[in-house]
Design a protein around this ligand. Structure first.
Ligand code: 1GP
Length: 248
């Protein structure tokens, strides 16, 4: 089984960028899932993330289906503990450090910890920072926490730094799925300048230009989900973008 974190660290060391597609089992299933997985096999993003903010019963089925059809590692990106399945290759073990809801900071993690250990799944401690993307996100609704104001860059940077200092191995800057405004490049740049761990950026990225800007600002891994629901063929140009950056 692939070691996902090792892959991220080694890519960062080589100066390579990473790209992940996010699949929400409630929105992408059946024929559309099969057809998208076929595109994944051609485009070869680094990871397939599976998860969503809403409660869903289809996570395990979706993970197994994707694994049966592709060799790209499948990483859980769970909105809550009910989405846990030991079948995934790894899990982003998220703590919503921008919020002050104890359940999403540590409560859900405590509830699922023994299952993770039992499954011996690769759990990657991830400081998850929700930033206002000018749309009310599903994360805000589900977690009952407010995003950090996008203008409050100092707070975002200090939150990321605190996450790293308490041991998070990744920092995820999230504008929320379908955000009108993705995370600002200046914010990514400042977080990258203080953090040593890899930075994930996601939420509202819907063009190669926005993707390239995020990479150039310092994003190590960019996650795109929503955009591919209507434009699955764009997967090719998005994955190509990170390759082109490396060749330049
Ligand atoms: C959401 O960061 C991810 O959690 C991806 O966002 O669906 O807007 O691409 P989009």
């Amino acid at each position: 089984m692939a070691n996902v974190y090792q892959h991220i660290i080694e890519s960062c060391r080589r100066g390579e960028k990473l790209f992940a597609v996010l699949i929400d089992p409630e929105k992408c299933n059946g024929e559309s899932l099969l057809s998208f997985v076929e595109k994944i096999n051609e485009a070869l993003p680094d990871f397939v993330l599976v998860g969503g903010s809403q409660l869903t019963e289809n996570v395990e089925k979706t993970v197994v289906f994707i694994q049966q059809h592709t060799k790209v590692p499948v990483v859980l990106f769970p909105g809550n503990i009910h989405q846990f399945t030991p079948k995934a290759d790894a899990i982003l073990f998220l703590s919503l450090i921008s919020g002050r809801n104890p359940d999403f900071l540590i409560g859900q993690q405590v509830a699922v910890a023994s299952k993770l250990r039992e499954a011996q799944i690769e759990a990657i401690s991830t400081g998850y920072i929700l930033i206002d993307g000018a749309t009310e996100s599903a994360v805000t609704k589900m977690s009952k926490t407010q995003p950090i104001d996008a203008e409050n860059v100092d707070l975002i940077v200090n939150t990321a730094l605190a996450g790293e200092l308490i041991g998070n191995k990744l920092i995820y800057l999230e504008a929320g799925s379908g955000a009108k405004c993705p995370v600002a490049t200046e914010t990514i740049r400042k977080v990258k300048s203080v953090c040593q761990v890899p930075i994930i950026v996601g939420g509202g990225i819907c063009s190669v230009e926005q993707l390239e800007k995020a990479y150039r600002a310092g994003a190590d891994l960019v996650v795109v989900g929503n955009h591919f629901e209507k434009n699955p063929n764009d997967l090719f140009s998005f994955v190509q973008c990170k390759r082109t950056l490396l060749e330049r």
